[in-house]
Design a protein around this ligand. Structure first.
Ligand code: PMP
Length: 353
Protein backbone atom coordinates (compact mmCIF):
# COMPACT_ATOMS: atom_id res chain seq x y z
CA UNK A 1 0.00 0.00 0.00
CA UNK A 2 1.42 3.40 -0.88
CA UNK A 3 1.45 6.16 1.72
CA UNK A 4 -1.07 7.95 -0.51
CA UNK A 5 -3.74 5.26 -0.40
CA UNK A 6 -6.93 6.50 1.23
CA UNK A 7 -7.67 5.22 4.73
CA UNK A 8 -11.19 4.62 3.44
CA UNK A 9 -9.94 1.52 1.64
CA UNK A 10 -7.03 0.46 3.78
CA UNK A 11 -8.89 -2.57 5.17
CA UNK A 12 -10.49 -3.58 1.88
CA UNK A 13 -9.78 -7.11 0.66
CA UNK A 14 -10.65 -7.13 -3.03
CA UNK A 15 -12.50 -9.91 -4.79
CA UNK A 16 -10.28 -12.63 -6.23
CA UNK A 17 -11.46 -13.48 -9.74
CA UNK A 18 -11.01 -17.02 -11.06
CA UNK A 19 -7.62 -17.70 -12.61
CA UNK A 20 -7.14 -16.85 -16.28
CA UNK A 21 -3.68 -18.39 -16.76
CA UNK A 22 -1.89 -17.54 -19.98
CA UNK A 23 0.97 -20.09 -19.63
CA UNK A 24 -0.69 -22.99 -21.39
CA UNK A 25 -4.03 -24.21 -22.69
CA UNK A 26 -6.19 -25.64 -19.94
CA UNK A 27 -9.59 -27.25 -20.03
CA UNK A 28 -11.11 -24.24 -18.34
CA UNK A 29 -13.83 -25.26 -15.93
CA UNK A 30 -13.18 -22.57 -13.34
CA UNK A 31 -15.11 -19.40 -14.22
CA UNK A 32 -18.46 -20.63 -15.51
CA UNK A 33 -17.91 -19.39 -19.04
CA UNK A 34 -19.85 -21.01 -21.85
CA UNK A 35 -17.86 -23.67 -23.73
CA UNK A 36 -19.61 -22.48 -26.90
CA UNK A 37 -18.43 -19.39 -28.82
CA UNK A 38 -20.87 -16.62 -29.62
CA UNK A 39 -22.86 -17.01 -32.84
CA UNK A 40 -21.00 -15.80 -36.02
CA UNK A 41 -23.16 -12.68 -36.32
CA UNK A 42 -21.79 -11.48 -32.97
CA UNK A 43 -18.19 -11.52 -34.22
CA UNK A 44 -19.33 -9.75 -37.39
CA UNK A 45 -21.18 -7.09 -35.39
CA UNK A 46 -18.06 -6.49 -33.27
CA UNK A 47 -15.89 -6.14 -36.40
CA UNK A 48 -18.28 -3.71 -38.05
CA UNK A 49 -18.62 -1.65 -34.90
CA UNK A 50 -14.83 -1.68 -34.52
CA UNK A 51 -14.67 0.72 -37.45
CA UNK A 52 -16.67 3.30 -35.52
CA UNK A 53 -14.60 3.31 -32.37
CA UNK A 54 -13.59 6.96 -32.86
CA UNK A 55 -17.15 7.81 -31.77
CA UNK A 56 -18.56 7.44 -28.27
CA UNK A 57 -21.20 4.82 -27.68
CA UNK A 58 -24.82 5.78 -27.04
CA UNK A 59 -24.82 6.41 -23.26
CA UNK A 60 -28.46 5.35 -23.16
CA UNK A 61 -27.77 2.12 -25.05
CA UNK A 62 -31.27 2.55 -26.38
CA UNK A 63 -31.19 -0.10 -29.12
CA UNK A 64 -29.88 -2.72 -26.74
CA UNK A 65 -32.35 -1.81 -24.01
CA UNK A 66 -35.19 -1.94 -26.55
CA UNK A 67 -34.13 -5.45 -27.58
CA UNK A 68 -33.93 -6.57 -23.95
CA UNK A 69 -37.28 -4.98 -23.17
CA UNK A 70 -38.83 -6.81 -26.11
CA UNK A 71 -37.25 -10.11 -25.08
CA UNK A 72 -38.44 -9.88 -21.48
CA UNK A 73 -41.79 -8.14 -21.97
CA UNK A 74 -40.99 -4.90 -20.12
CA UNK A 75 -40.51 -1.23 -21.07
CA UNK A 76 -37.03 0.02 -22.11
CA UNK A 77 -37.22 2.41 -19.14
CA UNK A 78 -37.25 -0.65 -16.88
CA UNK A 79 -33.86 -1.82 -18.14
CA UNK A 80 -30.32 -0.66 -17.33
CA UNK A 81 -27.19 -2.13 -18.91
CA UNK A 82 -23.59 -1.85 -17.79
CA UNK A 83 -20.10 -3.37 -17.89
CA UNK A 84 -20.96 -6.86 -16.67
CA UNK A 85 -23.45 -7.67 -13.95
CA UNK A 86 -20.71 -7.00 -11.39
CA UNK A 87 -21.00 -3.35 -12.38
CA UNK A 88 -24.80 -3.41 -12.14
CA UNK A 89 -24.62 -5.13 -8.74
CA UNK A 90 -22.22 -2.49 -7.47
CA UNK A 91 -24.67 0.23 -8.56
CA UNK A 92 -27.44 -1.61 -6.72
CA UNK A 93 -25.38 -1.86 -3.53
CA UNK A 94 -24.56 1.86 -3.79
CA UNK A 95 -28.15 2.82 -4.50
CA UNK A 96 -30.02 0.65 -2.03
CA UNK A 97 -27.61 -0.02 0.84
CA UNK A 98 -26.62 2.29 3.70
CA UNK A 99 -26.81 2.55 7.51
CA UNK A 100 -30.61 2.72 7.28
CA UNK A 101 -30.72 -0.08 4.74
CA UNK A 102 -28.11 -2.63 5.83
CA UNK A 103 -27.71 -5.55 3.50
CA UNK A 104 -28.44 -9.23 3.95
CA UNK A 105 -27.19 -12.18 1.91
CA UNK A 106 -26.20 -15.80 2.53
CA UNK A 107 -22.85 -16.73 4.12
CA UNK A 108 -22.13 -18.92 1.11
CA UNK A 109 -22.90 -17.04 -2.07
CA UNK A 110 -21.22 -14.87 -4.65
CA UNK A 111 -17.96 -13.66 -3.12
CA UNK A 112 -18.34 -10.18 -4.54
CA UNK A 113 -21.32 -9.27 -2.30
CA UNK A 114 -19.28 -8.65 0.88
CA UNK A 115 -16.67 -6.80 -1.20
CA UNK A 116 -19.28 -4.44 -2.66
CA UNK A 117 -20.68 -3.88 0.85
CA UNK A 118 -17.24 -3.08 2.29
CA UNK A 119 -16.26 -0.92 -0.68
CA UNK A 120 -19.39 1.16 -0.18
CA UNK A 121 -19.21 1.01 3.64
CA UNK A 122 -22.58 -0.65 3.95
CA UNK A 123 -23.25 -2.70 7.09
CA UNK A 124 -24.22 -6.26 6.20
CA UNK A 125 -25.24 -9.59 7.67
CA UNK A 126 -24.54 -13.00 6.22
CA UNK A 127 -27.29 -15.51 6.99
CA UNK A 128 -25.90 -19.06 7.20
CA UNK A 129 -27.16 -21.51 4.65
CA UNK A 130 -28.62 -24.68 6.18
CA UNK A 131 -26.38 -27.76 6.62
CA UNK A 132 -27.44 -28.94 3.17
CA UNK A 133 -26.54 -25.55 1.67
CA UNK A 134 -30.05 -24.22 1.21
CA UNK A 135 -31.33 -20.70 1.85
CA UNK A 136 -33.51 -20.63 4.96
CA UNK A 137 -36.30 -18.27 3.94
CA UNK A 138 -37.14 -17.46 7.58
CA UNK A 139 -33.89 -15.49 7.74
CA UNK A 140 -35.10 -13.18 4.99
CA UNK A 141 -38.72 -12.47 5.90
CA UNK A 142 -39.24 -9.19 7.84
CA UNK A 143 -35.51 -8.65 7.73
CA UNK A 144 -35.75 -4.85 7.37
CA UNK A 145 -32.65 -5.14 5.24
CA UNK A 146 -31.83 -4.86 1.56
CA UNK A 147 -31.71 -8.49 0.49
CA UNK A 148 -29.39 -9.96 -2.14
CA UNK A 149 -30.05 -13.50 -3.29
CA UNK A 150 -28.28 -15.23 -6.14
CA UNK A 151 -30.92 -17.51 -7.61
CA UNK A 152 -29.74 -20.12 -8.46
CA UNK A 153 -27.07 -19.64 -5.82
CA UNK A 154 -23.36 -19.80 -6.50
CA UNK A 155 -21.16 -21.68 -5.81
CA UNK A 156 -23.69 -24.26 -4.63
CA UNK A 157 -25.82 -24.31 -7.81
CA UNK A 158 -29.02 -24.75 -5.78
CA UNK A 159 -32.13 -22.82 -6.87
CA UNK A 160 -34.98 -21.37 -4.84
CA UNK A 161 -38.55 -21.65 -6.12
CA UNK A 162 -40.57 -18.58 -7.03
CA UNK A 163 -42.84 -18.93 -3.98
CA UNK A 164 -39.78 -18.50 -1.76
CA UNK A 165 -38.68 -15.39 -3.66
CA UNK A 166 -42.21 -14.03 -3.41
CA UNK A 167 -42.18 -14.57 0.38
CA UNK A 168 -38.96 -12.56 0.60
CA UNK A 169 -40.46 -9.78 -1.55
CA UNK A 170 -43.70 -9.53 0.39
CA UNK A 171 -41.83 -9.91 3.69
CA UNK A 172 -39.64 -6.87 3.00
CA UNK A 173 -41.99 -4.29 1.48
CA UNK A 174 -39.79 -1.36 2.52
CA UNK A 175 -36.56 -2.76 1.18
CA UNK A 176 -35.24 -3.65 -2.23
CA UNK A 177 -34.75 -7.35 -2.94
CA UNK A 178 -31.99 -7.89 -5.49
CA UNK A 179 -32.25 -11.24 -7.24
CA UNK A 180 -29.05 -12.07 -9.07
CA UNK A 181 -30.08 -14.39 -11.89
CA UNK A 182 -26.65 -14.90 -13.47
CA UNK A 183 -27.39 -18.62 -13.92
CA UNK A 184 -31.15 -18.70 -14.30
CA UNK A 185 -31.12 -19.84 -17.94
CA UNK A 186 -29.76 -23.24 -16.90
CA UNK A 187 -32.92 -24.42 -15.15
CA UNK A 188 -33.88 -21.81 -12.56
CA UNK A 189 -37.19 -19.94 -12.33
CA UNK A 190 -36.92 -16.24 -13.08
CA UNK A 191 -38.50 -13.69 -10.77
CA UNK A 192 -39.27 -11.44 -13.77
CA UNK A 193 -42.91 -12.59 -13.76
CA UNK A 194 -43.26 -11.04 -10.27
CA UNK A 195 -42.23 -7.57 -11.45
CA UNK A 196 -45.78 -6.24 -11.98
CA UNK A 197 -46.60 -7.07 -8.35
CA UNK A 198 -43.47 -5.95 -6.47
CA UNK A 199 -42.01 -2.47 -6.79
CA UNK A 200 -39.12 -3.60 -4.54
CA UNK A 201 -37.85 -6.29 -6.95
CA UNK A 202 -34.66 -5.82 -8.94
CA UNK A 203 -33.58 -8.67 -11.20
CA UNK A 204 -29.91 -8.66 -12.27
CA UNK A 205 -28.78 -10.67 -15.29
CA UNK A 206 -25.65 -11.21 -17.36
CA UNK A 207 -24.64 -12.07 -20.92
CA UNK A 208 -21.52 -13.80 -19.54
CA UNK A 209 -22.89 -17.30 -19.02
CA UNK A 210 -25.86 -18.37 -21.12
CA UNK A 211 -25.08 -15.92 -23.94
CA UNK A 212 -21.37 -16.72 -24.34
CA UNK A 213 -20.23 -13.10 -23.89
CA UNK A 214 -18.09 -13.18 -20.73
CA UNK A 215 -15.28 -11.38 -22.54
CA UNK A 216 -17.52 -8.60 -23.83
CA UNK A 217 -18.64 -7.58 -20.30
CA UNK A 218 -22.36 -6.99 -20.49
CA UNK A 219 -24.86 -7.16 -17.65
CA UNK A 220 -28.29 -5.68 -17.08
CA UNK A 221 -30.98 -5.20 -14.49
CA UNK A 222 -34.75 -5.07 -14.84
CA UNK A 223 -37.03 -3.48 -12.27
CA UNK A 224 -39.60 -0.75 -11.80
CA UNK A 225 -38.94 2.51 -13.68
CA UNK A 226 -38.19 4.18 -10.33
CA UNK A 227 -35.54 1.64 -9.30
CA UNK A 228 -33.91 1.85 -12.72
CA UNK A 229 -33.91 5.65 -12.52
CA UNK A 230 -32.03 5.38 -9.20
CA UNK A 231 -29.47 3.06 -10.75
CA UNK A 232 -29.03 5.47 -13.65
CA UNK A 233 -28.31 8.28 -11.18
CA UNK A 234 -25.39 6.20 -9.94
CA UNK A 235 -24.30 5.09 -13.43
CA UNK A 236 -24.29 8.64 -14.79
CA UNK A 237 -22.26 9.72 -11.75
CA UNK A 238 -19.54 7.18 -12.54
CA UNK A 239 -19.37 6.35 -16.24
CA UNK A 240 -22.29 6.85 -18.64
CA UNK A 241 -20.34 5.00 -21.37
CA UNK A 242 -19.80 1.82 -19.39
CA UNK A 243 -21.07 -0.30 -22.30
CA UNK A 244 -18.77 0.26 -25.25
CA UNK A 245 -19.89 0.25 -28.89
CA UNK A 246 -18.59 -3.24 -29.68
CA UNK A 247 -20.20 -4.77 -26.63
CA UNK A 248 -23.53 -3.11 -27.35
CA UNK A 249 -23.44 -4.40 -30.95
CA UNK A 250 -22.58 -7.91 -29.68
CA UNK A 251 -25.45 -7.85 -27.21
CA UNK A 252 -27.95 -6.80 -29.88
CA UNK A 253 -26.69 -9.47 -32.30
CA UNK A 254 -26.88 -12.13 -29.58
CA UNK A 255 -30.48 -11.23 -28.76
CA UNK A 256 -31.36 -11.54 -32.44
CA UNK A 257 -30.24 -15.16 -32.33
CA UNK A 258 -31.51 -16.03 -28.92
CA UNK A 259 -32.58 -19.54 -29.90
CA UNK A 260 -28.91 -20.46 -30.59
CA UNK A 261 -28.06 -19.55 -27.00
CA UNK A 262 -31.09 -21.20 -25.46
CA UNK A 263 -30.25 -24.39 -27.41
CA UNK A 264 -26.74 -24.23 -25.98
CA UNK A 265 -28.22 -23.94 -22.49
CA UNK A 266 -30.20 -27.14 -23.10
CA UNK A 267 -27.04 -28.91 -24.28
CA UNK A 268 -25.19 -27.75 -21.17
CA UNK A 269 -28.04 -29.01 -18.98
CA UNK A 270 -27.86 -32.42 -20.66
CA UNK A 271 -24.08 -32.51 -20.22
CA UNK A 272 -24.57 -31.51 -16.59
CA UNK A 273 -26.86 -34.47 -16.08
CA UNK A 274 -24.27 -36.80 -17.65
CA UNK A 275 -21.45 -35.31 -15.55
CA UNK A 276 -23.32 -35.63 -12.27
CA UNK A 277 -24.00 -39.31 -12.96
CA UNK A 278 -20.38 -39.90 -13.99
CA UNK A 279 -18.98 -38.26 -10.86
CA UNK A 280 -21.49 -39.97 -8.59
CA UNK A 281 -20.47 -43.29 -10.13
CA UNK A 282 -16.95 -42.44 -8.95
CA UNK A 283 -18.28 -42.01 -5.42
CA UNK A 284 -18.35 -38.22 -5.45
CA UNK A 285 -21.08 -36.21 -3.79
CA UNK A 286 -22.62 -33.56 -6.06
CA UNK A 287 -25.11 -30.94 -4.91
CA UNK A 288 -28.26 -30.59 -7.04
CA UNK A 289 -27.51 -28.00 -9.71
CA UNK A 290 -29.69 -25.61 -11.71
CA UNK A 291 -26.65 -23.85 -13.17
CA UNK A 292 -23.84 -24.35 -15.68
CA UNK A 293 -21.60 -25.68 -12.91
CA UNK A 294 -21.66 -28.32 -10.23
CA UNK A 295 -20.35 -28.25 -6.67
CA UNK A 296 -18.77 -31.58 -5.85
CA UNK A 297 -16.58 -33.33 -3.29
CA UNK A 298 -14.98 -36.69 -2.70
CA UNK A 299 -14.38 -38.32 0.68
CA UNK A 300 -11.15 -39.75 -0.68
CA UNK A 301 -9.35 -36.52 -1.49
CA UNK A 302 -9.21 -33.11 0.05
CA UNK A 303 -10.86 -30.35 -2.02
CA UNK A 304 -7.70 -28.33 -2.46
CA UNK A 305 -5.67 -31.43 -3.39
CA UNK A 306 -8.19 -32.29 -6.07
CA UNK A 307 -7.94 -28.76 -7.49
CA UNK A 308 -4.12 -28.91 -7.48
CA UNK A 309 -3.98 -32.38 -9.02
CA UNK A 310 -6.46 -31.51 -11.75
CA UNK A 311 -4.51 -28.35 -12.54
CA UNK A 312 -1.34 -30.43 -12.94
CA UNK A 313 -3.29 -32.51 -15.43
CA UNK A 314 -4.36 -29.42 -17.39
CA UNK A 315 -7.88 -29.05 -15.97
CA UNK A 316 -8.82 -25.92 -14.07
CA UNK A 317 -11.66 -25.98 -11.54
CA UNK A 318 -12.46 -23.47 -8.78
CA UNK A 319 -11.64 -24.16 -5.16
CA UNK A 320 -12.74 -21.88 -2.31
CA UNK A 321 -10.77 -21.98 0.93
CA UNK A 322 -13.58 -20.82 3.23
CA UNK A 323 -14.24 -23.33 6.02
CA UNK A 324 -17.74 -24.59 5.19
CA UNK A 325 -16.97 -25.37 1.58
CA UNK A 326 -13.28 -26.21 1.44
CA UNK A 327 -13.99 -29.88 0.72
CA UNK A 328 -15.75 -28.95 -2.52
CA UNK A 329 -14.76 -27.81 -5.96
CA UNK A 330 -16.93 -25.81 -8.33
CA UNK A 331 -16.73 -27.32 -11.77
CA UNK A 332 -18.09 -25.52 -14.82
CA UNK A 333 -19.97 -27.68 -17.30
CA UNK A 334 -17.99 -27.65 -20.53
CA UNK A 335 -18.48 -29.66 -23.70
CA UNK A 336 -19.26 -33.36 -23.47
CA UNK A 337 -15.67 -34.14 -24.54
CA UNK A 338 -14.25 -31.88 -21.82
CA UNK A 339 -16.41 -33.52 -19.18
CA UNK A 340 -15.32 -36.96 -20.33
CA UNK A 341 -11.69 -35.85 -19.90
CA UNK A 342 -12.59 -34.54 -16.45
CA UNK A 343 -14.21 -37.87 -15.52
CA UNK A 344 -11.18 -39.88 -16.73
CA UNK A 345 -8.79 -37.68 -14.79
CA UNK A 346 -10.82 -37.81 -11.59
CA UNK A 347 -11.10 -41.59 -11.91
CA UNK A 348 -7.30 -41.88 -12.18
CA UNK A 349 -6.81 -39.50 -9.31
CA UNK A 350 -9.16 -41.36 -7.01
CA UNK A 351 -7.55 -44.72 -7.86
CA UNK A 352 -4.34 -43.46 -6.29
CA UNK A 353 -6.08 -42.34 -3.09
N1 PMP B 1 -23.39 -12.98 -10.15
C1 PMP B 1 -22.93 -14.22 -9.94
C2 PMP B 1 -23.69 -15.10 -9.00
C3 PMP B 1 -21.78 -14.70 -10.58
O1 PMP B 1 -21.30 -15.92 -10.34
C4 PMP B 1 -21.11 -13.83 -11.47
C5 PMP B 1 -19.89 -14.31 -12.24
N2 PMP B 1 -18.72 -14.36 -11.58
C6 PMP B 1 -21.59 -12.54 -11.64
C7 PMP B 1 -22.74 -12.15 -10.98
C8 PMP B 1 -20.88 -11.53 -12.49
O2 PMP B 1 -20.90 -11.81 -13.83
P1 PMP B 1 -20.51 -10.72 -14.93
O3 PMP B 1 -19.90 -9.53 -14.24
O4 PMP B 1 -19.56 -11.43 -15.83
O5 PMP B 1 -21.79 -10.35 -15.59
Amino acid sequence: MSRFFSDKFAALTPYTPGEQPQDKQYIKLNTNESPFPPSPSVALAAREEGEKLHLYSDPENLRLRQKLAERYGVKPSQVIVSNGSDDVLNYAFMAFGDEQHPMLFPDISYGFYPVFAKLNRIPYTEAPLTADFRVDIKDYVNSRKTVVLANPNAPTGIALGLEAIEQVLSGNPDNVVIVDEAYVDFGGESALSLLPHYENLLVVRTFSKSRSLAGARLGFAIGSEELIRDLNTIKYSINPYSVNRMTEACGIAALEEDSYYMDNCRTIMETRCWTIKALEALGMEVLPSSTNFIFAKSDKIDGEKMYVELKKRGILVRHFASPRIREYNRITIGTQAQMERLGQNIEELLKDC
